[in-house]
Ligand binder design. Structure first.
Ligand SMILES: Cc1ncc(COP(=O)(O)O)c(C=O)c1O
Length: 145
């Protein structure tokens, strides 16, 4: 499944499509998104780490986070089904390790606007790393460029 040729093909395709510098080592192929999420969560999480997920969620996120011995942190979507960036920022703590964002979203079908994702990127960039490597909330002004 995770064959070098296949990874190279995916990296080439994503570089052309997204115009971003994907490397072969950035690509890891699994049999389905469930496996990919499970591998990723178990690779990055220590016990008591927190993972933010958007509510309403795909039904298995919370169980997957719990199964990785981490703490699920539910953040409600905005009224227009978009990401509520203020609520996400407020949910970030020194134990936050990840946020799961899926677009088009299941179950709402919402495709997050590029502007929202840019703002989320700014928010996460602005989150400061404390000396032990954990994120802390920036509580920044989220006005996107
Ligand atoms: C949001 C989301 N994540 C993960 C999965 C699991 O994907 P897969 O069936 O490829 O393992 C699904 C499947 O519907 C999904 O909707």
């Amino acid at each position: 499944m995770n064959e070098p040729d296949a990874r190279e093909t995916v990296a080439d395709s994503l570089r052309a499509w997204r115009e971003l510098p994907y490397r072969v080592e950035d690509i890891f192929l699994t049999t389905g998104a469930f496996s990919a999420l499970n591998v990723a969560l178990n690779a990055i999480l220590d016990p008591e780490d927190e993972v933010i997920f958007i509510s309403p969620p795909w039904f298995f996120y919370e169980a997957m986070i719990l199964a990785a011995n981490a703490i699920p942190v539910r953040v409600k979507m905005a009224a227009n089904f978009d990401l509520d960036l203020g609520a996400i920022d407020a949910a970030i703590t020194p134990r936050t390790r990840a946020i799961i964002v899926n677009s088009p979203n299941n179950p709402t079908g919402k495709i997050y606007p590029a502007q929202t994702l840019r703002s989320l990127g700014l928010l996460l960039e602005a989150a400061q790393r404390s000396p032990d490597g954990q994120f802390t909330s920036s509580q920044t002004n989220l006005t996107a460029r």
